[in-house]
Design a protein around this ligand. Structure first.
Ligand SMILES: [Zn+2]
Ligand SMILES: [Zn+2]
Length: 285
């Protein structure tokens, strides 16, 4: 009700009124936040401790959605209260993904979550940390073996496993890795076949197009001097260059091919590829 009458009773007033009833204050601010992520932004800092106290399940969603709450402060609160999941989220949002990973492994002991996290961040260093941490914990190794196949080379991990260590379900994990690889190989082979067929048909198309004739008549002009490409006096000898892009030039209007760059290209089209600054040539057109 208070929310619907925001113009009559300001947010500030409500919050002040509820100062000694923090659980109600929380309910009010929570509803306000649900309705609008920005309206109560000056109370977001306060809300962190309110959520922590009265409504932990909604703390993480709040931290995710609010762009106004001070991360440092939130981290401090979650740390004090030992809220591991929230702390992990905050650490990774603050760019400290290595500490976040460390927390997942040391506090939560959740290898699946750690792997999920490393996949999300896709950072070589994180995988390295994860492997280092797992190397003396057989169940972690199993988890890793089952999951890293497509992200990190499993050989890296397998080489580091100490001799004589017992790893549960090792056989199944290895079979899974091999199966994953087979699948990848199959996929790549499929892609290769498609690519070859595609390039062949495109090449044929290009060849057909290049074989088409180019009509040159009085209408056509030299793209350099802009006069008709055919001489007015048909008896005079003349030569011209017609590029595949259909731009044509009098032979004498093109720079003489030098020893260093014997191949000639159409001025206009190569100017376009050079990008800004070479537009002068185009303007002549
Ligand atoms: Zn010309
Ligand atoms: Zn051209």
């Amino acid at each position: 009700m208070l929310l619907d009458n925001e113009d009559k009773i300001s947010i500030k007033k409500v919050v002040e009124e509820l100062e000694d009833r923090p659980e109600l204050q929380h309910v009010y601010l929570h509803k306000l936040f649900k309705r609008d992520h920005h309206k109560g932004q000056r109370y977001h800092e306060k809300q962190i401790s309110l959520y922590a106290e009265y409504d932990r399940p909604n703390l993480l969603p709040f931290l995710r959605d609010s762009t106004h709450c001070p991360l440092e402060k939130a981290l401090e609160i979650c740390h004090q209260r030992n809220f591991v999941e929230e702390t992990v989220y905050l650490l990774s949002r603050m760019g400290n993904s290595r500490s976040a990973l460390k927390m997942i492994m040391e506090e939560l002991h959740d290898v699946d979550k750690a792997i999920e996290f490393a996949k999300e961040q896709d950072d070589g260093e994180l995988w390295e940390d994860l492997i280092l941490y797992s190397i003396d914990k057989p169940p972690f190794i199993t988890g890793l073996l089952n999951n890293i196949g497509t992200h990190v080379d499993p050989i890296l991990l397998i080489h580091r496993i100490k001799e004589g260590m017992e790893i549960p379900n090792l056989r199944d994990s290895l079979v899974k890795i091999l199966q994953d690889y087979n699948l990848q190989i199959l996929l790549r082979e499929g892609c290769k076949k498609i690519l070859v067929a595609d390039s062949l048909s495109l090449l044929k198309k290009m060849h057909r197009t290049q074989m088409k004739g180019i009509l040159v008549d009085e209408e056509n002009i030299c793209e350099s001097c802009l006069s008709p490409i055919l001489p007015s006096d048909a008896a005079k000898p003349f030569s011209m260059v017609v590029f595949h892009c259909r731009h044509m030039f009098h032979k004498e209007c093109l720079p003489v091919p030098s020893m260093t760059s014997p191949a000639q290209f159409c001025n206009i089209c190569s100017a376009k590829h050079r990008g800004p600054g070479s537009a002068i040539l185009e303007m002549k057109k």
